[in-house]
Every structure is written in structure tokens, then in C-alpha cells.
Design a protein around this ligand. Structure first.
Ligand SMILES: [Zn+2]
Length: 173
């Protein structure tokens, strides 16, 4: 199966690296993973493997929490969401995830269940095929709480890599 992701997401991660560790940090990352002679257009689609390599680089060079933080930073690059978020509560924002997901990824699927507003679940199929993808989504869920000024806790309760049917993130309020 071919997995592709929108360039805006890839550029978002590179922008995060540049902001955190400067142009030299970004250039080092691009060199290390062999994309230093490439540019990515926001509206085009690229191999998800490239994003995987970027996130693995962040994990290896900067640690686990940096990958979580990188995930969270992506939420600020999703035009409509970052506009909406100022007016939305966490449930309303989370309910936008599946549509937004399908606009960014050509593979996998995202579901959100807000029927119990104290225990929101965000699940994915075919997404958490490498560890850093799960860490990034943990960061996105945490940032969704922060951006909506909601107190709560995010737990990655089920994971496809550990044999579960889906990756599940539980947001407890
Ligand atoms: Zn997972």
C-alpha cells in the first residue's frame, strides 16, 4: 500500500525543527535523511516515509518529548483549525479531526467519539505503523487541549503496533 501525506504537514515539521534548532538544525536533519536537495509544496503529496524519517530523526537526536512537541506544532499549521480553535471547545475541535485527517493523509482512517464528553476517544487505523507517528498524535491531542484551554489528560490506551485493532487516544477531562 502506498502511503502519502500532504506537503503542508512535512513543511510544518521542518518549520518546527527550524524554529527549535535553527536553520543549521533543519539543514542537518535534511542532510541526515537525504532530502537536502528537495523542496516540498504544501498542496502536493509525498511519501509518508519522508515524514517518518523526519520524526525518527527528531526522536534520535532530540528525544521522545521533542516528537510529541513536534506533533503539537502541526495543529498550528492547519489553517481552518487554527482559526476555529479560538472559538471551539475540545469536543468541537476533536470532531473536526477525521475530515482534516482525510485531507492530509491518503491512507488510514480517523474516528472521534465525543458521546461521553468527559472521555473523548480519538482512534486511528493504519496510522501508527511506526512509534513516532503515535508520539506525534499524542502531541496533537495534547495541543488540542492546550489550544482550547481545557484541563485534561491524554493517554495512548491502545496501539496497533502492540497488536490492538486500532490506535486509541483517550482524552479525559
Ligand atoms: Zn499507536
Amino acid at each position: 500500500m502506498e502511503r502519502r501525506i500532504r506537503g503542508s504537514s512535512l513543511n510544518g515539521y521542518l518549520k518546527f525543527i527550524k524554529k527549535k534548532w535553527g536553520t543549521s538544525g533543519m539543514e542537518q536533519c535534511m542532510r541526515d535523511i537525504g532530502i537536502d536537495d528537495m523542496t516540498f509544496k504544501d498542496g502536493h503529496y509525498y511519501q509518508d516515509e519522508v515524514v517518518g524519517n523526519v520524526l525518527r530523526w527528531v526522536h534520535r537526536e532530540k528525544g521522545r518529548e521533542a516528537v510529541v512537541e513536534a506533533g503539537g506544532s502541526i495543529l498550528h499549521n492547519l489553517g481552518i483549525l487554527s482559526w476555529l480553535v479560538r472559538f471551539a471547545n475540545i469536543s468541537t475541535l476533536a470532531e473536526k479531526f477525521p475530515k482534516n485527517y482525510s485531507e492530509v493523509y491518503t491512507f488510514g482512517k480517523c474516528w472521534v467519539d465525543t458521546s461521553d464528553p468527559k472521555n473523548i476517544t480519538i482512534s486511528f487505523k493504519g496510522v501508527g505503523y511506526y512509534e513516532e507517528a503515535c508520539l506525534a498524535w499524542e502531541g496533537i491531542c495534547k495541543e488540542a487541549l492546550a489550544m482550547t484551554k481545557t484541563k485534561g489528560r491524554v493517554t495512548h490506551t491502545k496501539c496497533e503496533r502492540l497488536g490492538d485493532e486500532r490506535c486509541v487516544f483517550l482524552v479525559e477531562l
